[in-house]
Design a protein around this ligand. Sequence first.
Ligand code: DC
Length: 222
Amino acid sequence: MSRINVAIDGPAGAGKSTIARAVAKKLGILYLDTGAMYRALALKALRKGLVPGSREDVIPILADTEVTVRNNAGTQITYLDGEDVSQLIRTQEVSKGASDIAVIPEVRIKLAELQRNVARENDVVMDGRDICTYVMPHTKNKFYVTASVEERARRRLSELNEKGEYLEYTLEKMRGEIASRDHTDSTREFAPLTKAPDAIVIDTTCMSIETAIETLVNNIRL
Ligand code: DC
C-alpha cells in the first residue's frame, strides 16, 4: 500500500500551517511542521551566541544537536536536545534565525533526512519551503500556498498581537521582515523556495482558510 504524502510549500504567513494541520486532521493522518525544525536549530545557535547564517559557527554544533518532534492530538511538539521549545521558537528573532540557518546545505541535508524518514513511516501532510521540490519530489500531491506580502504581514502581526506580543510593531516593519525572509528563502543556492512545476497553486489573499482547506482536500489524489 502506498503512503499518502501531501507536500505544501509557500512563503511565510500564507496560511500553510493552519491549512496543513486542518487537512491532516480531516484525513486522519500526521502533520509535520518542518519550519519548526529549522527554528529549533536557530534557537540553539542564538542561545550559544552564534551567527545562524555562518557555516563556521553552525556546522560544529550540528552533530550533537537533536531535533525531534512528537504529535500530541494533532499539535506538534518540537524538542531541542530533549527540551520542549514549541513556544520559544515563535519569536521574530527566531524566524529570522531560521531563515538564515536554512541557507546552510548541511543543515538542510540533516533535517530533510529526518523529514523523509517521517514520510516513509507515516501518512503525512508536511509543510515548508522545499517539500515539493527537494524533500519528497516524487509525491503526486504537491501544493503551493501563497498570498500577497501585505496580507501575510497583516495576518502575522494580528496573530502575534492577539497573544499580546509585538504590539509596538508597525505593519510596515512586519512587511519588511517578511519580505526579507522571502528573499533569503527564495534566493539561497541549495533547495530554495520555489513552486514545483506540477504543484497546484492556492492563493489565499482573498480566500478564506476554510475554502483553502476544502480546495486542497478536493485536489488530493489517493
Ligand atoms: O515555516 P516557518 O516560517 O516556520 O519557517 C521558518 C524558516 O525556516 C523559513 O523562513 C525558512 C526555513 N524553512 C526552510 O528553509 N525549509 C523548510 N522546509 C521549512 C522552513
